[in-house]
Design a protein around this ligand. Structure first.
Ligand SMILES: [Zn+2]
Length: 248
């Protein structure tokens, strides 16, 4: 079930059966010469939307802008600073909690978001602690590549040149969902260099075409479909487990 294609009355009745909601979250940032700018928000969205076709979960609109300041020297990247990102996550959670959602599950598509999403959760819990009340809700963060079976499959599909940015696995997922948007390029070198992440100018100087350690030329829509099927099944299990956690 997709929240944005539902009415308020449908959400009100969903709340009578479940208090759990899944929020895909990512980033809109450059992904090398062939990766879509939306890759990091498209991947969790594609997986969550596939999962809701197979199981009874509610998926909220995708939170599609995140921590991408280091990619800003590549056109099309849109970034929030950490304080803005945390404030926005806080209000998403407060809004959902206001309706009675108690388990808010963020399916993340961008490693650079992790520290700030966790900090946003801590802010929400601190708010309740200082006010001397129970939050009444719990937040959970899961990166889509950490869902059961996904990284093992990606390692078998791409034993070399997976890398850490503009990876063949994430690009394969978007190719499966958006075959009309598949791009081609000659990669030089075939496997991109790796190194640290600092500010935007430093990043562009180190990683000329935007990739880090990856060879996205190995991506195919078929491999993407296998990743989505594995991830969607694991997501349903993970969300069910989170939803069943008892509040003490
Ligand atoms: Zn990415």
């Amino acid at each position: 079930m997709l929240l944005h294609l539902s009415t308020w009355a449908e959400i009100e009745s969903f709340l009578k059966t479940s208090r759990t909601v899944v929020v895909p979250i990512g980033s809109n940032e450059q992904h090398g010469p062939t990766g879509l700018l939306g890759t990091d928000w498209l991947c969790p969205e594609i997986i969550a939307h596939e999962a809701q076709k197979r199981g009874d979960i509610l998926v909220a609109p995708t939170f599609n802008i995140g921590m991408a300041q280091h990619h800003l020297d590549f056109p099309g990247t849109i970034a929030l600073r950490p304080s803005t990102f945390m404030a926005a996550i806080g209000d998403w959670c407060r809004s959902l909690a206001h309706h009675g959602f108690e388990k808010i599950y963020f399916l993340n598509g961008h490693g650079g978001n992790v520290a700030t999403i966790e900090a946003a959760f801590s802010e929400l819990y601190a708010e309740a602690s200082y006010a001397g009340r129970r939050t009444g809700f719990a937040c959970k963060l899961r990166n889509w590549w950490d869902l059961k079976g996904v990284m093992g499959l990606a390692n078998r599909q791409f034993p070399t040149g997976h890398g850490s940015h503009a990876t063949p696995s994430e690009i394969a997922v978007t190719q499966w969902a958006y075959p009309d948007a598949i791009k081609a390029a000659n990669y030089a070198p075939q496997i991109a260099p790796t190194g640290p992440i600092r500010e935007a100018g430093d990043f562009r100087a180190r990683y000329a075409d935007g990739r880090m350690g990856s060879d996205p030329g190995q991506a195919t829509p078929e491999k993407g479909g296998e990743l989505v099927a594995t991830a969607a099944a694991a997501l349903l299990e993970d969300v069910a487990e989170f939803g069943a956690e008892a509040n003490p």
